[in-house]
Every structure is written in C-alpha cells, then in structure tokens.
Design a protein around this ligand. Sequence first.
Ligand SMILES: N[C@@H](CCC(=O)N[C@@H](CS)C(=O)NCC(=O)O)C(=O)O
Length: 227
Amino acid sequence: MLKLYYARPSAYARPVWLALVEKQLNFELVPVDLSGEQFEPEYLAVNPFSHVPVLFDGDFRVIESLAILDYLEARYPERSLLPKDAIALAKVRMVQLVTLNELLSAVFKLLVSQENSIELEYGRLRATNALNFLENLLGDSPYFAGETLTLAEIVAGTLVYRMPDLGIDLTDYPRLNVWSEKLLSRPTWQQIELSSEEWGKYKRAIRVFPKIWDRRRRQRIEALSEK
Ligand SMILES: N[C@@H](CCC(=O)N[C@@H](CS)C(=O)NCC(=O)O)C(=O)O
C-alpha cells in the first residue's frame, strides 16, 4: 500500500498527491501538522530532515518531492507522466526545477514580505522572471512536453494559478493563463484543491512557521553534533 505523509497546503507535497490521483493509484494520506509535529521523534524517524512529503511503498521510503515523482513514474508507469524524447524530457525537468527553485522561492518572498519593501519587489521580479521563462517555454503547445500532460504540469500547475492572489496578473502571460485554466478544470485538480479558508490560514501561518522551523532545526542539528 502507498502511504503519503503530507500537509494539504504544502507546495512540495501537492504535486505528489496530485500525481497519485492522476495515476489513479490507491494510497493512504497521513497528514503532518507543520506547526511542530515534524520535529517529534516519531516523524523524524520518517524523515530526519523534518520535511513533507514522504512516500512509503510498503516498507520502501522515498523522501524529496522530485525523487518521489520519479519513483512513482518508474514503479507505476501506467498513465505515464514523463516523456521519453530527450527534448521533451529536458523541458519537463526545466519546468520542475524552475518552478521549485525560482518561482516557489519568489512565492515565499511574496507571502512573507512587508508592503512596499525591497524584498517584496525582489520577490515580484523573481516571480515574473520565472513566469516569462515558462511562458516562452510553453510556446504554442497545449502542454510543456507537447500534446500530453506530464510532471511539468503536475509541478508548475499546482503553483502558477496562485499568482493572481499574490498580486501578479496571469493575463500578462496569455499562454500560461490558458494552460492554467485548462488544468484547473480537471477533476483531479479539483479533487486536491484547498478551500479559500485553508489557503487564507496557510498564508497567515507561512509568515511565522519558517522562523520556528529554522530555530527547531538549528536546535536539533546542534544537539546531534553534541552526541
Ligand atoms: N526539497 C524538499 C523540500 C520539502 C519541504 O521543504 N517541505 C516543507 C513543506 S512546504 C516542510 O516540510 N517544512 C517543514 C520543515 O521544514 O520543518 C522536497 O522537495 O520534498
């Protein structure tokens, strides 16, 4: 049985959850309360880095969202989400990594920075830089890798649609906008959608959680080095 440790709003866990749904696999969801449960010894035994997501396939554990997505694709290739063609595969990887390394970093800045601050402006510029790249990469294709939905959509498509709520209008990225609307209309996307209350609660929490996470992580690493 597949078991996914996750938190509903987690930008890293949501693509994995969605991939399980898209692949129509049977799985169990185990919620982790990111206000501190991830530092309890029980969860540190699941993931010593205190992050979600974590996937168990029977006794086999996979951590790191992109590694989990690759594992799912290799182990459960039906309803494939990864192309074989070199160019298409490179596009999928670029989208995944630009989304997590550039766009998500910018999103965190947009979520936590003060109004009119330099940090907020930096977040906006970093986000628009990433969105411009994605808009050009998508070109006139329905999906990043061509005619079929792949892990590029699974990763970028669970984040890009949040941009308007963060002050970035998607109509400035017309191809991405159409692409995002199409994804949102899929029943699979709707199945994992957060309510507006959940999203609002997450937006408030993310302003304080990372500071707590950093402190707790630092304490833990220091305690480990004393052993
Ligand atoms: N590189 C990891 C990052 C995972 C990650 O940072 N997850 C966040 C949730 S959005 C988390 O678990 N934060 C809690 C913590 O760091 O203590 C991945 O891709 O899975």
